[in-house]
Design a protein around this ligand. Structure first.
Ligand SMILES: [Ca+2]
Ligand SMILES: [Ca+2]
Length: 175
């Protein structure tokens, strides 16, 4: 037997429950689900047999692409809570035998992310090469990327002023 056959293959038998914090449970009645609400429902998830929580993006965002347009990879969307609330979710989940995995959206950023703001401002920006640029506008009538729950296409490739076309997939018109 190979030694690798005995390594931890937890994901093969895990019961993974994917959720968007903002639509799960609203603990303070402001109309937006939040991390404290999720903490309150961890036991419910454990009773369902869930062994791994998969959290959709919960980072600060202009929310033009259901939170996949991240403006700070290290932060927490203030509508959902704070870092302490996230730690409580993770600690409580682990206590109930649940792993926590998260969407780390690193193939694009919000146009509000400091990297994109800098990259748009100057071709000499150290972040310029973080993005793909093109000088010609997208063909007319081309559909823009959209989220499954936002069929009208909230993500957009948008013409930028002067320097060509931004291809950050969630960009809006630069100001
Ligand atoms: Ca709330
Ligand atoms: Ca969301």
């Amino acid at each position: 037997m190979k030694i690798t056959d005995t390594s931890d293959l937890w994901w093969k038998t895990a019961v993974i429950y994917c959720l968007d914090v903002e639509t799960f449970l609203d603990s303070n009645g402001d109309g937006v689900g939040d991390l404290q609400g999720l903490s309150q429902r961890i036991d419910y998830l454990a009773q369902l047999g869930v062994t791994c929580l998969w959290l959709m993006p919960f980072y600060p965002t202009p929310d033009r692409d259901d939170g996949y347009d991240v403006s700070d990879f290290y932060g927490i969307d203030p509508r959902l809570g704070n870092h302490g609330d996230l730690v409580e979710v993770i600690r409580t989940a682990r206590d109930r035998g649940m792993r926590v995995i998260v969407d780390l959206v690193i193939n694009h950023t919000s146009d509000r992310h400091p990297w994109f703001v800098s990259a748009l401002r100057s071709v000499d920006s150290p972040y310029r090469d973080y993005y793909v640029w093109r000088s010609d506008a997208p063909p007319k009538g081309r559909r823009t990327p959209s989220s499954p729950d936002r069929p009208t296409g909230s993500g957009a490739r948008t013409r930028s002023q002067g320097s060509g076309t931004s291809t950050a997939s969630t960009s809006t018109s630069p100001t």
